[in-house]
Structures are given as C-alpha cells and as structure tokens.
Design a protein around this ligand. Structure first.
Ligand SMILES: [Zn+2]
Ligand SMILES: [Zn+2]
Length: 343
C-alpha cells in the first residue's frame, strides 16, 4: 500500500510502498478514506524537538482520519466489517490509574497514533478497537476526519458550562474556529475571537458571524475585551494559539473568578505573573488535552447530528496523498483551514 513515511531521523518524508498493516486480535483494519493534517504532522515533517523526542523512524504518520472497517480482529466486539469510523488518537493502555478513574485520554502509558505507532497517511491502518468511534452513514468521511481536532475544541470550551457567558477564544486556526462555533452552539452570550492572521479572521467571521473579531496586531485584545465586558473581563478565556503572549492575554482578559482553558502547545516555557493574573483573581485555570473519552465524542456527535456545528467550512483544501508535501506546507502557512489528504 501507499503511505507517507518518516523514513529517517531528519527533516522530510517519503511516499513509499509499505506492507499492508495486520490487525491484531483487538484491532480494526481500516481503509482510510480521508485524513486531515495537524500541526503535529508538520512537527514530524520538520523533525523538531517534539518529533525527535517521540518518533522512531521508519513510521507512517498522520492521525486525523475517517474510513471503513474492512477486517476485525477475533476479540473485537463493538465493530464489524462495513462500519464507518473516526478515531481518537490517544491510545490508552486500559489498566493504569487514569484509565481506571475515567481519564483514559491522559493514560499514564498513552501512545499516540501516527506519533508512537503507524498512522493514517496511508491506504490502510490497524486501529485499536478501544480508539474507534462509529460514525453514521449521513456523515461524510471529510467531516469524520476532522472530529478529532473538533473534539479538542469541544473538550476545552466545555470544561465548565458556558451558557450565558462571555467567551474569548485566542487563536483561530482550525481548532480555534471549532471552538468559536462550539461556544456559539452551546449558548455563549458574547464571543470574542482573537487572531493575528487576516485570512483566519476573515474565515472565522464568515463561519460564525455573531462572534466579535479582534485582530491582535491592531488592538490590545485584553483592553478591548475588558471594554466590551463592562470593565470586568470575559467570563471564560480559551487559549488555542499556543503562543506565550496569548497565554498571558487569556489570563489577563479573564474576569476575576473566571475560567481559563489552556489548550495550545507553546513549545517553550511561558512566564506568568501568578500573583496578579491568577491568585488575586481567583481564576480557575485548566490544562486541556485531546478529548475526554468518550464524553466529548458524545457531545460532538449531538452538535454535528443537529447541525449546531457544521464542520465543512473549516475544511478549505483537498489533495491526493501523493501531494502531501504541498499540502503540509499549505497547512502550516496560516492561510488555510483544515487541509485533507486522500489516499
Ligand atoms: Zn492532531
Ligand atoms: Zn492507562
């Protein structure tokens, strides 16, 4: 089969002929119909510190996808041949403290699909049954492929209730756009979307017209958010840009006794004035990662099923798998929404 392979420890990747993956007793063999590009894939492509610490070449990368089950292992109970699936990419061991206490998405021995084991930029992949999520026949593979990143947004936004609250979202890449749409769908009263890329601001404004767009290069988002919330600050701030400045802005733009979710990965240490920006304000600051399995997926399923969130406008570009280099470069540029690959 054809697959995009991190073939050696260094920058780049190759489209290669690889052997068909084998489904273990608890795995599904999935024919990949659509795969989406994530920031992580560009880390692997560039071979930065994140990738060097985790990836052992040769490895097929890519982790956001949807496809058809074409074979099931003999211990699989919940899926059958012909099912259409999306997947959570956090592979839990099912035995540790976190798994046993309802937090398998932060399993102590978690492996990540397409980072620690072969992933989805391929015609086929072996997927543990424990990570598979059945999608209805009404959902396109494109929509199924972006459920994983959409879930990151839903998990972050809904860490606490947001109905009737003002919500500021920092960063309007694809996950940020999903966060803005989810906040609107779940009853936020006022939504601020902070971003520096004019393309992404325009895309988000079109996607969720009720949101208030703030260009972080043109205005001071902290002052602007305060001004538009009676001087108090937003009830909820969500940081998805993964930039030290916006992490600080999220804390500063939040009202006293408000809630902040930090979701974007900065890749560097962030300096925070804990006294002024957290302690004296009695903020509740959450780290959020991945998706709660499976609560986030059930929530997402109802948002999609009822049409409260339409993921289609977030998908802006489509490429055949062979053009992965062009597709990955486009996904990194800050102009595109989600970029899809078709094996
Ligand atoms: Zn991802
Ligand atoms: Zn575990």
């Amino acid at each position: 089969m054809k697959a995009v392979v991190k073939h050696e420890a260094g920058p780049g990747a190759k489209l290669m002929d690889m052997p068909m993956p084998k489904a273990g007793p608890r795995d599904l063999l999935v024919r990949v119909k659509a795969a989406a590009i994530c920031g992580t894939d560009n880390h692997i492509m560039e071979w930065n510190g994140y990738a060097q610490a985790r990836v052992k070449p040769p490895m097929i990368f890519g982790h956001e996808f949807a496809g058809d089950v074409i074979e099931v292992g003999n211990q699989v109970t919940k899926f059958k041949v012909g099912d259409r699936v999306a997947a959570d990419t956090h592979i839990p061991d099912g035995t540790c403290y976190q798994c046993n206490t309802g937090n398998q998405h932060i399993c102590e021995n978690m492996a990540i699909l397409g980072v620690h084991c072969d992933g989805a930029f391929a015609e086929y992949l072996a997927l543990p049954e424990s990570c598979a999520w059945k999608i209805p026949s009404t959902r396109s593979y494109d929509e199924g492929a972006v459920m994983e990143p959409m879930g990151v947004a839903v998990h972050s936004v809904l860490m606490e209730r947001i109905d009737g609250k003002s919500v500021a979202i920092f960063g309007c890449g694809p996950i940020g756009m999903f966060a803005v749409a989810s906040a609107a769908a779940c009853g936020a009263s006022k939504i601020f979307a902070v971003e520096v890329s004019p393309d992404r601001l325009a895309m988000t404004a079109k996607y969720v017209p009720s949101a208030i767009m703030l260009n972080g290069r043109e205005v001071n988002p902290v002052e602007e958010i305060r001004k538009q919330t009676n001087g108090l600050g937003a009830d909820v701030c969500i940081e998805i840009a993964g930039v030290p400045i916006t992490a600080n802005q999220a804390l500063q733009a939040c009202r006293k006794n408000g809630r902040v979710s930090l979701t974007g990965l900065t890749g560097t240490t962030v300096t925070i004035d804990t006294v002024t920006d957290i302690i004296y304000k009695e903020l509740r600051v959450y780290g959020t990662t991945g998706r709660h399995m499976w609560e986030t997926w059930y929530t997402m399923e109802s948002l999609l099923e009822t049409g409260k969130v339409d993921p289609k406008p977030v998908i802006t570009h489509r490429f055949p798998l062979a053009d992965f280099e062009e597709a990955l470069a486009l996904a990194k540029g800050g102009k595109a929404g989600k970029v899809l690959l078709y094996p």
